[in-house]
Design a protein around this ligand. Structure first.
Ligand code: ATP
Ligand code: MG
Ligand code: MG
Ligand code: MG
Length: 469
């Protein structure tokens, strides 16, 4: 079996041999984009290169980039534990051409790596192209020899990438792997494509146009390539398993979680173990890159992820803080590739233990309130916003933790009621403050608090400048 660490190496070496400079992963907190919460794609550190603001490190580059998708335009938090292929933290393997090679070479490279170097069977692969991109369609025919019905033309924005309202954009081609008909899901473009049977492994973006503010598109003088492949997804394929959580890295993390909780990951508790393993990675990597739990901004996203994992640890019956005890296992698995984990280990363990100790003080009481409020409810019902807000305000339950806790029973949460309760509380606090006769400074403080709002991250998500591939 090829280990995940070996696959990462093999990818970088393959492109290294094809004259790509190996660039280390950038930190998860973007240095070049204040509108973006976390780096969520391999191209993010190169944004300014693609727009022409910075000169490229070389004509070609390759990287394995740490990514977090838990907030903003790309939020996979709710998928974790429930799909076979989504994580909050994952590694994106990429190769980049900055005005150097284009479509033909990009498709050629991808096909050669997958089918020759790594030996995947072409029978298992399907490619998609943007419906108007005849050039990509013809290149796939020529290079891969795939039959025409496995080069699927897609009309949606899934296959057209853009950096923002203006700037570089272009069609993309995604490569899917068929995990077999014993798994639910249809091919790309079909109504049930969201299943786990046909899994998207690699996205090739052909940056070809420059989107103008007036809606027109100009051809870029030197088109570029940006690709992204999920390491955990290709590891599942190469290790012959049908779920990312069954790959070597996750197996080791889940085994440690089983050992420490004494609860098997087979059967009913699979999702909890997966959530714990996934959130252990995202929280540890975020802290290694300098994010600490807080009540606002990035720190609050971190806290939300942590607390959700801690609720699952509680669900597995662990009576003591669990998360920090899983860190050594993570460092064993990933510390060599990411030395910042080793450097941060002591801090990560300490913060996790402190947070879990703290959260456990109110967790039981909050869960009891939640049980009382929903005891009589059946599938399809909705928890009122007031109670969800009380859980947040008094018991420290982030909104999505409440949602996650009720999900298995098919019960929803009234989001607008929650938001309304939050607004009312802020207004009450503001009014109370004005009464003190210091309205001016109070105003400023509350405005700042509001802008950095504990649960309001729409400022980040509504910007279209988000890096994505
Ligand atoms: P999906 O449609 O499966 O959600 P995507 O189209 O959002 O994936 P891209 O933005 O194209 O993903 O990212 C490039 C690659 O990164 C994907 O082809 C996939 O292999 C991987 N990837 C994306 N999101 C995740 C995730 N949450 N966890 C693990 N891998 C991911
Ligand atoms: Mg996605
Ligand atoms: Mg997709
Ligand atoms: Mg994609």
């Amino acid at each position: 079996m090829t280990s995940t660490n070996d696959i990462r190496r093999s990818f970088l070496d393959f492109f290294g041999k094809a004259d790509h400079v190996q660039v280390p992963s950038a930190p998860l907190v973007p240095y070049n984009d204040p509108t973006l919460m976390f780096v969520n794609a391999g191209m993010v550190p190169f944004k300014n290169v693609f727009t022409g603001l910075e000169t490229p490190p070389a004509p070609r580059a390759t990287s394995s980039q740490k990514c977090v998708r838990a907030g903003g335009k790309h939020n996979d938090l709710d998928n974790v534990g429930y799909t076979a292929r989504h994580h909050t933290f994952f590694e994106m393997l990429g190769n980049f051409s900055f005005g150097d090679y284009f479509k033909e070479q990009a498709i050629e490279n991808a096909w050669t790596l997958l089918t020759r170097e790594w030996g995947l069977s072409p029978d298992k692969l399907t490619a998609t192209v943007y419906h108007t991109d005849d050039q990509a369609f013809d290149l796939w025919r020529k290079i891969s020899g795939l039959p025409e019905d496995r080069i699927v033309r897609i009309t949606t924005s899934d296959n057209f990438w853009s950096m923002g309202e203006t700037g570089p954009c272009g069609p993309c081609s995604e490569i899917f792997y068929d995990h077999g008909d014993h798994i639910f899901g249809g091919p790309p473009g079909s109504p049930d494509e969201d299943g786990d049977r046909f899994v998207e492994i690699w996205n090739l973006v052909f940056m070809q146009f420059d989107q103008q503010a007036d809606g027109s598109r100009r051809e870029l003088p030197s088109p570029s390539i940006d690709t992204g492949m999920g390491l955990e997804r290709i590891a599942a394929v190469m290790q012959g398993v049908h779920n990312n959580y069954d790959t070597d890295t996750f197996k080791a993390l889940i085994a440690a979680s089983e050992r420490l909780t004494g609860v098997s990951a087979q059967g009913d508790h699979a999702a909890s173990h997966r959530v714990i393993a996934d959130h252990l990675r995202s929280t540890s990597f975020l802290m290694a890159d300098g994010v600490l739990p807080s009540n606002e901004g990035r720190g609050y996203v971190l806290r939300r992820i942590m607390r959700r994992a801690m609720r699952h640890a509680h669900l597995l019956g662990s009576s003591e803080p669990l998360m920090h005890r899983l860190v050594p296992g993570l460092v064993t698995e990933m510390g060599q590739a990411y030395p910042e984990l080793v450097r941060g280990q002591a801090l990560i363990e300490e913060v996790l233990e402190r947070e879990e100790t703290q959260f456990r003080k109110t967790l039981d009481k909050g869960l009891k309130l939640l049980d009382e409020a929903t005891g009589e409810m059946s599938e399809g019902a909705e928890l009122d916003g007031e109670t969800a807000f009380k859980l947040y305000d008094t018991f420290g339950f982030p909104y999505d933790l409440t949602e996650d806790a009720l999900r298995a029973r098919g019960i929803g949460v009234d989001r607008s009621g929650f938001d309304a309760a939050m607004t009312r509380q802020k207004e009450a606090a503001r009014a109370a403050w004005k009464g003190s006769g210091e309205a001016a400074s109070g105003e400023v403080w509350f405005d700042i608090a509001e802008r950095a709002g504990a649960t309001e991250f729409t400022g980040y998500s509504s910007t279209s400048g988000e890096g994505t591939i």
